[in-house]
Write a protein that binds this ligand. Structure first.
Ligand SMILES: NC(=O)c1ccc[n+]([C@@H]2O[C@H](COP(=O)([O-])OP(=O)(O)OC[C@H]3O[C@@H](n4cnc5c(N)ncnc54)[C@H](O)[C@@H]3O)[C@@H](O)[C@H]2O)c1
Length: 254
């Protein structure tokens, strides 16, 4: 069954990890997918893979921290496809292992810039694009937007910001009578290059510590998150807005 058949979707950070799995699943379920990223070769490869599997996809270079780039990408989607139905604000950078009293303002601002400013710009230009036609905006937060973890002050603050930005805009859209749903997704630890990089920095003990912190003893797979995003993007979620979907193997249930 094609659950997002005929819809036009924009996925940021689509070249890797969760964004890649989401782009592939939305396309397999009938959406036309525009995926964007900074990693051009990988992004083109993902789009090519989707087309080779019979789907419809294109890739754009797009820095989510740059408002002019948002105007350009959304403008091109509207010019080419006539509307935007689904926006997945997924691009993000990791951050951890830095005690707050050793954290530079530059580091803090870099994480905020991608993880929070980038989502704000996406929501702003996504809502503009959806004013007439409606749509669904899905913002990727984290379990670290819900609960604390030592040495992650900037990352956790950025993801907590995404959670409430989402809720504020969801009820703002409802109050304005706009048919735009806005939700956040809170992945637990998922085996992607971002987590791989953290493990590389911390060594094998870091990997074991992550596994030990999981109720199931396992990390999730990118597809586990893509399935939740697909649901929120589909008409099956037509009464779902301002919600936070936690997909974490029980990490925050304890
Ligand atoms: N993997 C996890 O365990 C996990 C858990 C919770 C939340 N998340 C969130 O999920 C999202 C995806 O993470 P992932 O694990 O797939 O990471 P990833 O590193 O595999 O993919 C992130 C992608 O975002 C792109 N990106 C980074 N900065 C960008 C920018 N300024 N403009 C455009 N693209 C940019 C990267 O090039 C990369 O392709 C992030 O927002 C991350 O914080 C991941």
């Amino acid at each position: 069954m094609a659950r997002v058949s005929g819809k036009i979707a924009l996925v940021t950070g689509g070249a890797s990890g969760l964004g890649r799995a989401t782009s592939e699943l939305l396309a397999a379920e009938g959406a036309t997918v525009v995926l964007t990223d900074l990693q051009d070769d990988q992004g083109e490869e993902v789009a090519e893979g989707i087309r080779a599997a019979g789907g419809t996809a294109g890739y754009y270079h797009h820095d989510v921290t740059d408002e002019k780039a948002w105007e350009k990408v959304v403008g091109e989607v509207l010019a080419e496809h006539g509307r935007l139905d689904i926006l997945v604000n997924n691009a993000g950078i990791g951050g951890g292992g830095v005690p707050v009293d050793e954290m530079s303002l530059e580091y803090w601002r870099q994480i905020m810039s991608v993880n929070l400013d980038g989502v704000f710009l996406g929501v702003k230009h996504g809502v503009r694009a959806m004013l007439e036609t409606g749509g669904a905006i899905i913002n990727i937060s984290s379990v670290l937007g819900l609960v604390g973890l030592p040495n992650t002050a900037a990352y956790a603050a950025s993801k907590g910001g995404v959670r409430l930005l989402t809720k504020a805009v969801a009820i703002e859209c409802a109050a304005r009578g706009l048919d735009i749903r806005v939700c956040s997704v809170h992945p637990g630890f998922i085996d992607t290059p971002m987590v791989g990089a953290a493990i590389q920095r911390g060594g094998p003990e870091r990997r074991q510590a992550i596994l030990n912190s999981q109720p199931t003893g396992q990390m999730g797979e990118p597809r586990d998150i893509a399935e939740g995003i697909l649901y929120l993007a589909s008409d099956a979620a037509k009464f779902v807005s301002g919600s936070e979907l936690i997909i974490d193997g029980g990490y925050v249930a304890r």
